[in-house]
Unconditional design. Structure first.
Lengths: 347, 359, 313
């Protein structure tokens, strides 16, 4: 038996087997992803069925591998030409273009949809409907106010903590960093569920009993949700301005800690603070889950309501919401240009 | 068939590289012999690294050719040129241990595992790191990583070795020992090597020939002796080693006599177009200047000691001559203390040691 | 407030040697040499964290083990095994896994294209900025946007029908479905992937691919032997993060598929609103199940990231 023939069969078998295994595994994964629990057995059976087909094909391919190898070798020049053409295609641009389309299309489509409220032709009627509705104005104002409250409270607890950890108690940093991770790990729905249970009428702090109490709870929930971003923004700002030296300089000149914080540190981290503030605002404006479960008249709840009852106004709301989010993020980018730059800054 | 001695191996013809409106290499011409160790020396931005990268294939020349063994390699991709390269930042693959790093080029070339193992052991022995095979880059010091990088580059037996400031990221002591090691390995293997550095001491100590570059131009191409003692331009003289500059005047251009601090003497040559009473820059190395009465020297000047640096075996002095000052070294003498500040001294030198250089 | 200010003044004015130091060992070691006044600054933060992050979550976790009569029991956990709830977890896992894998794959390709594809610098910064915004654009507006794009009257649906005669919905597609929700989730999963994997791709030093080239490797050989193996831990870790991100999301699903796709957060939402399960303890158990899964996925991400950073020193 020709040894090179055996080698070709071995190679052919190996390749067919690998391809087959990959295909069957992918097949199984996709089927499982698509089936409900009661359909899992059917999915497994279907995969088994595919497996048999794959095995049959693999056997055929292995048997014919010398023939296939010869055909493959004969097409060498053709393949080289294909590779040459393929190398000319600017694949990175293609990938970027496809990504851009995926992300741009929904925005364009939403805008277009929002203009279709009148059967014929485009008009901004959906927008005027929305902007003039009292429900919109009230809930939007409510959300803005809650957002501002959340920003203020957030700053009051984050700025001193970041300052003291950086300056005097660096050993507390691991604890603080762990705490800032918590809101990212605990889903908001769990958090608000905990609030409802813990601060209900039968607990020590019956916040859910009154409107004021519930508003406070909502604000504090948003403080928690925004806290990781607020802390990171303030901490970065403090690192940039070399807090240690500033504090020592102010100290030598006779200032006490409160004065230092208010008149020296805070004005220098205004940019970082504003970044955190805009991020908080972006989170608060569109938020739905917490506000809905706490029964608060927030903007997110209003949007969901409109979505359930009307056809074209939701698209208009989505566009408005998107513009607000972009505006907030745009402000943050703008502020980054005005951030104090020092030699100590490490991007 | 024996290779002819001093056969030309690498030739660079009229190499030009422009980035946008900035011409970084302005027409370089170079011929390197087989087995030679050539250093590209110059300050940052002079174009030395760009030339190296064009030889490696990472930059396309704007115009010009690079020929290896007579063949133009300019159209070849970097992975087809069979050159080994060592980077300033070591560039060891972090996911592989030392063995796998060194064997990488061999694996790509399709060498069977047994042969790879043997070659890797051979290379580890060459760099003195036998037994380090299973270590990972992050477990090793900078010097060790760079040696592994060298082994990795040499393992596939490339035709040429390129080193891009390989010692700049290392501690001073390691730098000195490692450069000697690189040189002796290169000698043993006889591989043509191009070395890039901005450190002139490094270049002087290990090169067969040095290419001194400035702002995209090759200023001089010669042996360390030539570059140091017979610099062809002012730049080369100041960049390589220390240089003394005396301001003088031409007395008689035809007789080549000049005057410095009232002393008149003849120099070996003057630049073309020199006129009487024109001012002149005379340069010389510190070691050309001796302290004390002349012992055959024809130029004698007197002055006051302005600075004394006792460096142990060498005493470095700066002597003020009036309008000029010179720096000179004298050996430590256990029986004689060094001169004191403001002490009046005589310095003497041979007029033949004076270099008059074009700028 | 003046009392605490005076204390702060006293502490800052006093020489640095004053301090409540515990000399060595013991749990107080971390606090050795720290003046108590320093804690006042960090106190509001920690109090807030305890009252409004840790205790509510802990309360729920404990509540999962309390039965209808108020006694300690495992019954709630066992009750999680009912078909409706298990099916709900399975759907959540499916959606999260699908959107994580698809989001990670596409995000990786786009990130590679933008960072290593030799595109102009402006493309890279635009993509990263956009990703920063888009990763936050989840929730209700996102659902509306996708309905406007791929819903029955959506732009794409209408254009395909008008220009190519192709009726998506007749062919079986429906935005209000499992794959529709997955597709929608990708809108914030892909940007999140890009944001997180970009620094790791930046960490692939140019010298590595150059060194590989001098050793004879083609670009695909470089990716196979060096590039992907180095990125691999980060990819897995980020996959885990994307999974956790999708698992905890509710607003988008609520607005898009409502309760037709009964993922765990929606089930929990219904339970909180109206106790549809007729068992408050069971709601807490549901919450516990969610926390365990998201916490595990996040821990996997953090551990892998820490180990990968050691490599790339």
């Amino acid at each position: 038996m020709n040894p090179s023939l055996i080698a070709i069969w071995q190679k052919g078998f190996f390749r067919a087997a690998t391809a087959g295994v990959v295909y069957v595994v992918a097949d199984l994964v996709v089927r499982l992803l698509e089936s409900n629990l009661d359909e899992i057995v059917d999915a497994l059976v279907a995969t088994l069925h595919d497996l048999l087909v794959v095995v049959a094909i693999a056997v055929v391919v292995t048997v014919f591998s010398p023939v296939i190898a010869r055909v493959w070798a004969a097409t060498a020049t053709f393949r080289a030409a294909v590779v040459k053409v393929g190398a000319k295609v600017p694949w990175p641009w293609v990938a970027f273009a496809i990504g851009a389309i995926y992300f741009f299309l929904p925005l364009a489509a939403t805008f277009e949809f929002s203009l279709r409220i009148q059967r014929t032709g485009y008009s901004f009627l959906a927008y005027t409907n929305v902007l003039q509705s009292p429900a919109f104005q009230q809930t939007f104002t409510y959300s803005i106010l809650v957002g501002i409250a959340a920003i203020v409270v957030g700053l009051l607890i984050v700025v001193p903590a970041a300052y003291f950890v950086r300056l005097r108690a660096p050993q507390l940093r691991p604890i603080i960093e762990f705490v800032t991770l918590l809101p990212l790990i605990i889903p908001p729905i769990i958090l608000v569920f905990g609030y409802i249970r813990l601060y209900s009428s039968s607990s020590i702090l019956p916040l859910t009993n009154s409107d004021v109490g519930t508003n406070i709870l909502l604000t504090l929930a948003y403080v928690a949700l925004a806290m990781p971003y607020m802390y990171r923004a303030v901490d970065t700002g403090l690192r940039t301005i070399d807090v240690q030296t500033l504090t020592e300089a102010a100290n030598i000149l006779g200032a006490n800690t409160a004065t230092i914080l208010i008149r020296v540190i805070f004005p220098n981290i205004i940019v970082a603070v504003l970044s955190g503030a805009f991020l908080t605002l972006a989170i608060v404006i569109g938020e739905f889950t917490v506000a809905s479960l706490l029964n608060r008249p927030a903007f997110g709840v209003y949007m969901q309501n409109v979505g359930a009852n009307r056809a074209f106004e939701p698209a208009a709301l989505a566009v408005i919401s998107f513009i607000i989010t972009w505006a907030a993020m745009g402000m943050i980018q703008l502020l980054a240009r005005f951030a104090p730059k020092t030699a100590a800054r490490t991007d | 068939m024996e290779e002819p001695h001093n056969a030309e191996f690498l030739r660079i013809e009229n190499l030009v590289k422009t980035f946008g409106s900035n011409t970084v290499v302005k027409g370089a011409n170079l011929a390197v012999e087989r087995g030679e160790f050539v250093t590209l020396l110059g300050p940052s931005g002079c174009g030395k690294t760009t030339i190296l990268r064009m030889i490696a294939g990472f930059e396309r020349p704007t115009s010009g050719n690079i020929l290896v063994e007579g063949k133009d390699i300019t159209p070849l991709a970097p992975n087809q040129r069979k050159v080994g390269m060592v980077f300033q930042a070591y560039a060891l693959f972090p996911n592989m241990n030392v063995e796998d790093n060194v064997a990488f080029g061999l694996k790509i070339a399709g060498m069977p595992a047994e042969q790879r193992r043997a070659r890797v052991d051979e290379m580890l022995k060459l760099i003195g790191l036998t037994g380090f095979g299973k270590r990972f880059p992050f477990e090793m010091s900078g010097g060790q990583q760079q040696r592994v990088a060298l082994a990795r580059a040499l393992a596939p037996k490339p035709r040429m070795l390129l080193l891009d400031e390989p010692l700049s990221a290392l501690d001073a002591k390691i730098r000195v020992s490692l450069r000697q090691e690189i040189r002796s390995i290169q000698r043993d293997l006889g591989i043509t090597t191009i070395f890039v550095t901005h450190d002139q001491e490094e270049a002087l100590s290990i090169s067969d020939r040095i290419v001194v570059m400035s702002a995209g131009n090759i200023e001089q191409f010669g042996t360390p002796f030539e570059v140091y003692n017979r610099p062809s331009t002012k730049f080369v003289a100041t960049f390589v080693g220390t240089l003394n500059t005396l301001n003088g005047k031409i007395v008689n251009a035809a007789e080549r006599s000049v005057s410095v601090e009232g002393q008149v003497f003849k120099v070996a040559n003057l630049p073309g177009g020199a006129t009487d009473n024109a001012s002149l820059s005379l340069t010389m190395r510190p070691e050309a200047v001796s302290l004390g009465a002349p012992n055959g020297q024809d130029v004698v000047l007197s002055g006051k000691v302005k600075e004394v640096s006792f460096l142990g075996s060498v005493i470095r002095l700066r002597v003020d001559l009036g309008d000029n000052s010179v720096s000179l070294d004298t050996f430590n003498d256990t029986s004689t203390p060094p001169p004191a500040l403001d002490e009046k001294v005589t310095v003497s030198l041979y007029s033949s040691d004076i270099m008059i250089l074009p700028n | 407030m003046s009392n605490s200010t005076d204390t702060l003044v006293a502490n800052t004015a006093a020489p640095a040697s004053a301090g409540v130091a515990s000399s060595s060992g013991g749990p107080l070691h971390a606090f050795a040499g720290v003046r108590w006044g320093d804690y006042l600054g960090v106190a509001p933060f920690l109090i807030f964290a305890i009252l409004f992050l840790i205790v509510p979550t802990a309360f729920l976790v404990v509540g999962a083990f309390i039965g209808r009569d108020g006694s300690f029991t495992f019954q709630n956990i066992i009750d999680l095994g009912t078909p409706q709830i298990v099916s709900s977890f399975w759907i959540s896992i499916r959606v999260s896994a699908a959107s994580a894998v698809v989001g990670a794959a596409i995000g990786l390709i786009v990130a590679l294209a933008v960072i290593r594809g030799r595109l102009p610098e402006v493309v890279r910064s635009t993509v990263l900025t956009f990703s920063g915004v888009a990763s936050n654009f989840a929730g209700i507006p996102l659902a509306f946007a996708f309905i406007s794009t791929l819903g029955r009257l959506g732009l794409v649906t209408v254009v395909l029908k008008a220009a190519f005669g192709f009726d998506m919905y007749r062919a079986g597609f429906n935005i209000l479905s499992f794959w529709g929700l997955t597709l929608t989730y990708c809108y914030f999963q892909i940007p999140l992937m890009i944001l997180i994997i970009a620094p790791a791709i930046d960490g692939l030093k140019k010298e590595w691919s150059e060194a590989a080239a001098t050793l004879g490797a083609t670009p695909s050989q470089f990716w196979r032997y060096v590039g992907l193996p180095v990125l691999w831990p980060n990819l897995l870790g980020t996959l885990s993060l994307l999974f956790a991100n999708a698992f905890g999301a509710i607003a988008t699903a609520y607005a898009l598929t409502g309760s037709s796709l009964n993922i765990v957060p929606i089930l929990l939402y219904a339970q909180i609103r109206g106790d549809v399960l007729n068992n408050p303890g069971l709601g807490a158990a549901l919450a516990l199940g969610m926390i365990v899964i998201t916490a595990l996925a996040n821990i996997v991400y953090l551990v892998i990231r820490a180990r990968a950073e050691r490599w790339l020193k």
